[in-house]
Design a protein around this ligand. Structure first.
Ligand SMILES: O=C(CO)[C@@H](O)[C@H](O)COP(=O)(O)O
Length: 221
């Protein structure tokens, strides 16, 4: 089953409730919330109070992607803010195993993300402990960037690693996903597609989301 996970980084920050409602009304079940600290990535997005307010309007899965240094400092806070999935970066902590364990202890699903420059092999020791692997297909920090082609090979490698481990979990791809390239992402193994600008940019948010969902129907969604 393939899912669309619209990234609200590309939504209208003055109308987040409206934009979230818009995609949910056409059947979207996941909402991707990017949290950036200006340290791990060269940008600052939103913080805990906004995430907590968004929770009231998200009817499905609130998928929070932490692009922050030492995410272990804030796990309890994001649980309290209502995150269902909490994804941390392998590169952002010295204690990835403990961090994943703590996310689970708090009752959330745990995701691990790697930057474009980090090899998939670095995931080997943690792959059995996570519910989601996120392959960043742009350098994190900004929406609207161009998809990095080598990410397709990384998706294939993750899929092979998970097959070998007999694990069927979420394989998420984030950055530069469009209606034109999404089929190649799915073919490479992705089953949770983050899309920001290709959903929220322009005046046709609902139609854009619907077009992704229609395309996924042919893939068994
Ligand atoms: O995490 C990030 C960027 O750091 C992403 O979630 C982007 O927001 C995706 O945006 P598009 O590339 O789809 O515009």
């Amino acid at each position: 089953m393939i899912h669309l996970d619209p990234s609200i980084l590309a939504a209208d920050f003055a109308n987040l409730e409206r934009d979230i409602r818009c995609v949910q009304e056409v059947g979207v079940e996941y909402i991707h919330v990017d949290v950036m600290d200006g340290q791990f990535v060269p940008n600052i997005s939103i913080g805990l109070p906004v995430v907590k307010s968004l929770r009231k309007h998200i009817t499905g899965v609130m998928d929070v992607h932490l692009m922050i240094e030492e995410p272990e400092r804030f796990l309890e806070d994001f649980k309290e803010a209502g995150a269902d999935i909490l994804t941390v970066h392998l590169e952002a902590t010295h204690h990835i195993h403990r961090t994943i364990q703590r996310i689970h202890d708090l009752g959330m699903k745990a995701g691990i993300s790697i930057n474009p420059g980090t090899p998939v092999s670095a995931l080997e020791a943690i792959i059995n402990d996570v519910d989601l692997v996120l392959i960043m297909s742009v350098n994190p920090g900004f929406g609207g960037q161009k998809f990095i082609p080598y990410s397709l090979e990384k998706l294939r490698q993750v899929k092979a690693m998970l097959n070998k481990a007999r694990r069927d979990i979420l394989i998420q791809v984030d950055g530069g996903a469009t209606l034109d390239n999404v089929q190649t992402l799915i073919d490479a193994g992705a089953n949770l597609i983050v899309a920001g600008s290709s959903v929220f940019e322009g005046e046709k948010t609902a139609a854009n989301a619907k077009a992704f969902l229609e395309l996924f129907k042919g893939c068994g969604a």
